[in-house]
Design a protein around this ligand. Structure first.
Ligand SMILES: [Zn+2]
Length: 289
């Protein structure tokens, strides 16, 4: 599976912010050493962002005209947020893994939040035009992704997340958004059994043309923000369940705040996807090159 990555996403930071450049810097070095092929994304264009976000929201992000305690007004954050969206778009085309920051699943059509400015995965899904199953394995509910796709007949959104944690949404399923709130540190057995049940339920709403994974690793046992008690090798088990859907698959990094485990966790998830039979790597829909 290709890793979509640009070192430019390391250029902004704020001391003590958990969404740090070290997360992706350490992970990218690990995956490069592990032999994964790397590809550079380009910033998303206006017409791509507009598939999900309002013009007013795009303007606010680009001009730094917003106030959110979790989303600092970094200089040029509009550029970095566009580049992360571009990463997701390229990941969709190549069936790859976008290892970019900032993350995206808390950003909705006209709002930001939770370290997210634009919704990377949502833009990639929207502009693909494909019937998509989105599975969000970040430890927080993807309120932005739900806001984008609620009621969209071409998409089913599945999220497993810690109950009562930020942003406080996703306590019940709504229409095409299937939410599975779980207790903190519930452990792998509960988590995997719930994921299996969720995929069965989603399967009844298929068929799908692709699988899009919001890949957060803050479910890791020592994560400070959303631990569900998972070990690194449990991401391989998650990958196997998702790979068994045998769909063209791409993934986009969301959270995960223990920088040293993100690379190994991506490697485990990708290995699991491939064990399970997911279609990864450039497919017939990919542009040449
Ligand atoms: Zn998270």
């Amino acid at each position: 599976m290709d890793i979509i990555y640009s070192a430019r996403c390391l250029e902004y930071q704020q001391v003590w912010h958990p969404e740090s450049p070290a997360r992706v810097r350490i992970a990218s070095q690990y995956l490069e050493n592990a032999g994964f092929p790397f590809l550079e994304p380009e910033p998303a264009r206006d017409e791509e962002l507009l598939a999900v976000h309002t013009e007013a929201h795009i303007k606010r992000v680009e001009e730094g005209d917003f106030h959110d305690p979790d989303c600092p007004r970094y200089p040029n954050i509009g550029f970095y947020a566009r580049l992360a969206v571009g990463g997701a778009i390229l990941a969709q085309r190549r069936r790859g893994f976008s290892l970019m920051r900032p993350p995206g699943h808390h950003a909705g059509p006209h709002f930001l939040g939770g370290f997210c400015y634009f919704n990377n995965l949502a833009v990639a899904v929207k502009i693909s035009g494909l019937r998509t199953l989105i599975v969000d394995i970040d430890g927080h509910h993807g309120n932005g992704t739900q806001a984008v796709f609620l009621g969209d007949e071409r998409v089913v959104y599945v999220s497993l997340h810690q109950r009562w944690n930020y942003p406080g949404t996703g306590l019940e399923s709504r229409d095409n958004c299937l939410n599975y709130p779980l207790p903190a540190r519930c452990g792998a057995d509960t988590y995997l059994a719930t994921l299996e049940r969720a995929l069965d339920e989603a399967g009844k709403r298929g068929p799908f043309e692709q699988l899009a994974i919001s890949a957060g690793f803050d479910t890791y046992k020592d994560d400070p923000l959303a631990s569900m008690g998972l070990e690194v090798e449990d991401y391989r088990r998650i990958g196997r369940l998702l790979g068994a859907l045998r769909l063209p698959t791409f993934a986009v990094l969301e959270g995960g705040y223990v920088p040293e485990i993100i690379g190994p966790a991506v490697e485990a998830l990708v290995a699991g996807l491939e064990d399970g039979g997911a279609l990864t790597g450039p497919g017939p829909r990919s542009p040449a090159g």
